[in-house]
Design a protein around this ligand. Sequence first.
Ligand code: DX5
Ligand code: ZN
Length: 211
Amino acid sequence: MILPSILSASHLRLKELLEPLHGVAPMLHVDLEDGVFVPNISFGPKLIQEIYDTFGFALDVHYMVREPQRFIDMFADIPQEMISYHAETGVHPRDITVPEGTLLGIAVNPDSPRLSPDILSSIDFVVVMGVHPGFGGAPFEASTYETVSWYDQYRGDRELPFEILVDGGVSRDNIRALIQAGGDHFVVGSGIFKYDPLAAYRELTTLCDDL
Ligand code: DX5
Ligand code: ZN
């Protein structure tokens, strides 16, 4: 699955940029930023609710915030299929409450240690960051391939069901190698919104399809 990430899209033109993806992309990736965990601020609940009401995209919400539970509660009225927050907050998933039926994941930054067995057995997905978080269009870290392979091997050896998302720096140039490394789903911001969004989305899905 390719998840368009709206952080790098023009916020003023969001409606027209999302319209062509409506009914095509099953899920949208939304980055929430508090200006503390990352040096940037993105969206509040009002805009995300309006996007949901207008298009009905399933939402994968990535909480790049220091206090995940406080922000998860703030957005709790908006239906979210997937929620992730960062391992670097030091908050254990057992201490996080998400709405019933929502999948819970943990995002890991490029320089962070591997997640512990305890954490990996209590989450639905890992978000391997391909960039240092905060902004769209950041440079892709080459260490991402090895990180994705490590989690893929880990889950295979232990028959764990967690899925692997790759977020940041994903493009038509590296998506096939990231699939081969073991990635399941890919968050793409500038690789979609810097171009014609529908054409770029289709190109990426085609690149994935014939693997
Ligand atoms: C990065 C965000 C990403 C970002 C991806 O901090 O978490 O979701 O929007 O954007 P690109 O694809 O441009 O790296
Ligand atoms: Zn993200």
